[in-house]
Design a protein around this ligand. Structure first.
Ligand code: 4AD
Ligand code: MG
Length: 485
């Protein structure tokens, strides 16, 4: 079997072992009697130097071609690498026509240019590094939620972590109530009648939240059992108190901005027995910091490449975010701050109106480029599920948004309205009572105070890597007027 380039490079001892390596040629250079190739297989940012004598046809071994090289791993005399492959046999598997290949040797193509080639751009160092970071970050999120139980100091805290739930992609409800839905129906070629495949209108999900709420509690067995088996270690019974998911979500937003996609990934968590926004914010800050630390330690070279070539100076900005405690201000305070600076904005800030991107950016700057939680938003601006703060004329809900430098809103979350009658009234006012009987049931059968949040995964990657456009941190971006491949 072939050795990955990553493993070959790790073979510090250069034992003279005979190995086979497969990959793509990143550079080919002939010098007197020798030929130097750099072969990369995507397993790491670095390529393996393959040294061959000039009997190999160098015209065949062009940039971009796929090859298989066999030989000995030996100590390398060249600087910056421990080992190289002394090739005995090199086989070109697939030629690459360098003239037609849109990626040119030694060129640092702008990300914008590469976006035209979603099928080829992963062959560049920049995209490969970003996507390796994306892969590590996905694993780090899972790892955070598995271990988090040990760090929460809630009286009902579990020793075990969160349970990962696959929430559905196709759903009949609109969690955010914003109407930004993609409708799903079978193609006209199917034998099933187009109108009633599911019997109800069905959509691509905008958020897994409501399904996570089902899983995270309001579970009658849980409460009854608590009374019955007081002395038992009933960790197992409460397994679904905390749940999370990381999956695709869809929004038919007419936006081609640097931070919006029609298909994006969201990391969502839902936690029962949480009674304050502060508890929720602790988890949000923990998620951001712990995931980032894990990414930094698992793929430092890939992050470094981004910080060096894509976003110079971003390393310091990220460190600044990691070493400071995130700040908290209320929506009302935020509006006051913005009003003092209203000459800076196209949209005049006003209580009761949603914060615009320009406002979010200003607030983060105002807070010294430290991520800031904005809490307690006007009830009228937020979906039916957010918990009523019952606070008089300035009527707010227990909502929280995390704003971060460069990106603006990264996470949206809230305490959920767990009180049956409050929820019933909110649903009635939105004309949703009938559709959400099942959601009301969760409040009828063993309701618990609970809360949760959703973090835009691409925005998170933008934030830690300093990538300006969201289309460059997802393998295949989908947005208005564009669905390439
Ligand atoms: O604030 P949002 O709409 O919140 C929800 O959907 C909640 N139901 C989540 C929850 O509580 N479980 O979206 C959450 C985050 C935003 O803060 C943003 O980072 C990201 O999802 N997001 C987008 N990212 C890319 N493209 C878009 N069109 C996005 N819309 C939201
Ligand atoms: Mg939001």
């Amino acid at each position: 079997a072939a050795l990955s380039v990553r493993d070959a490079l790790r073979a510090r001892g250069a034992s003279g072992e005979r190995v086979k390596v497969q990959g793509w040629i990143r550079s080919a250079r002939s010098q007197k009697e020798v030929l130097f190739l750099h072969v990369n297989d995507g397993s790491s940012l670095e390529s393996l130097q393959v040294v061959a004598d000039s009997s190999f046809d160098s015209r065949e071994l062009a940039f971009g071609s796929s090859v298989e090289a066999q030989g000995q791993l030996v100590k390398s005399p060249s600087r910056g690498q421990n080992v190289e492959l002394k090739a005995e046999k090199i086989e070109v598997i697939g030629n690459c026509d360098a003239k037609a290949f849109p990626i040119k040797y030694k060129e640092r193509h702008p990300l914008e240019y590469l976006r035209q080639y979603p099928h080829l751009r992963c062959r560049t160092n920049a995209l490969a590094s970003i996507l390796r970071v994306r892969s590590e970050a996905t694993a780090a999120v899972h790892s955070f939620f598995k271990q988090l139980g040990q760090h929460l100091h809630h009286p009902l805290a579990l020793d075990s972590g969160f349970v990962h739930i696959h929430t559905p992609v196709i759903t009949s409800n609109d969690c955010e109530g914003a109407g930004e839905l993609f409708q799903v129906e079978p193609s006209s070629k199917t034998k099933v009648p187009k109108e009633n495949f599911f019997n109800v209108p069905a959509f691509l999900t905008v958020s897994g939240q409501l399904h996570l709420e089902v899983m995270s509690g309001g579970n009658s067995t849980l409460i009854e059992m608590k009374e019955v088996v007081k002395d038992l270690n009933w960790l197992g019974i409460r397994a679904f108190t905390r749940v999370f998911t990381i999956g695709p979500t869809f929004r038919a937003e007419n936006s081609q901005s640097r931070r919006h996609l029609a298909e994006f990934y969201m990391v969502e968590a839902e936690i029962s027995f949480v009674e304050s926004l502060q508890d929720l914010m602790q988890v949000m800050e923990g998620l951001f910091k712990s995931t980032t630390m894990m990414v930094l330690s698992n793929c430092p070279k890939d992050v470094e490449l981004c910080h060096k070539f894509i976003a110079p100076g971003h390393k310091d900005r990220l460190e600044h975010m990691l070493k400071n405690n995130f700040l908290t201000i209320s929506y009302t305070e935020a509006v006051e701050i913005l009003k003092q600076a209203s000459e800076n904005f196209t949209f005049t800030p006003e209580w009761g109106v949603d914060l615009q991107t320009e406002h979010e950016k200003y607030l983060v700057k105002h807070c010294g480029n430290i991520p800031v939680f904005v809490i307690n938003y006007p009830l009228a601006l937020k979906p039916f599920y957010m918990r009523d703060n019952e606070d008089g004329p300035h009527h707010t809900v227990a909502a929280v948004d995390l704003l971060v430098p460069g990106v603006g809103e990264l996470i949206g979350g809230s305490l959920r309205e767990e009180r049956y009658h409050f929820l019933e009234q909110r649903l009635a006012r939105s004309g949703l009572t009938e559709a959400y009987q099942w959601y009301l049931d969760l409040r009828r059968f063993g309701s618990v105070p609970h809360g949760g949040f959703g973090m835009g995964f691409e925005r998170y990657l933008q934030c830690i890597l300093g990538v300006d456009n969201i289309k460059d941190v997802i393998p295949f971006p989908r947005f208005t007027h564009s669905c390439l491949l």
